[in-house]
Write a protein that binds this ligand. Structure first.
Ligand SMILES: [Zn+2]
Length: 95
């Protein structure tokens, strides 16, 4: 039995090389660690952590996300993500 952590997926030689370089550059010891790190970086671009339940909420707009788990609508308010209820009536022009 090998102690190496390898992902059960097909990689082309070029992809294999990418993983090896990333492993080296990032100081990681397994393919799995590389993939997990890349996933964490990628998810931050498309989702945020729901402040209510801790699940990932995918961004629907730049400053708005909806959590599928608890159905919170999370909006970016002064740099802070805040969870709220789904508005029954879309807010009109304010101010
Ligand atoms: Zn949630």
């Amino acid at each position: 039995m090998s102690a190496n952590h390898t992902l059960n997926m097909e990689l082309s030689p070029a992809e294999r090389e990418m993983i090896e370089l990333l492993k080296e550059a990032l100081g990681l010891d397994s393919d799995e660690a590389v993939m997990k790190l890349l996933m964490r970086q990628a998810i931050q671009r498309i989702a945020i952590t729901c402040p209510t339940c801790g699940h990932y909420a995918r961004l629907s707009e730049e400053d708005r996300a909806i959590c599928r788990s608890c159905l919170s609508v999370i909006t970016l308010s002064e740099g802070i993500w805040e969870a709220g209820q789904v508005p029954l009536v879309p807010p009109g022009s304010s101010g």
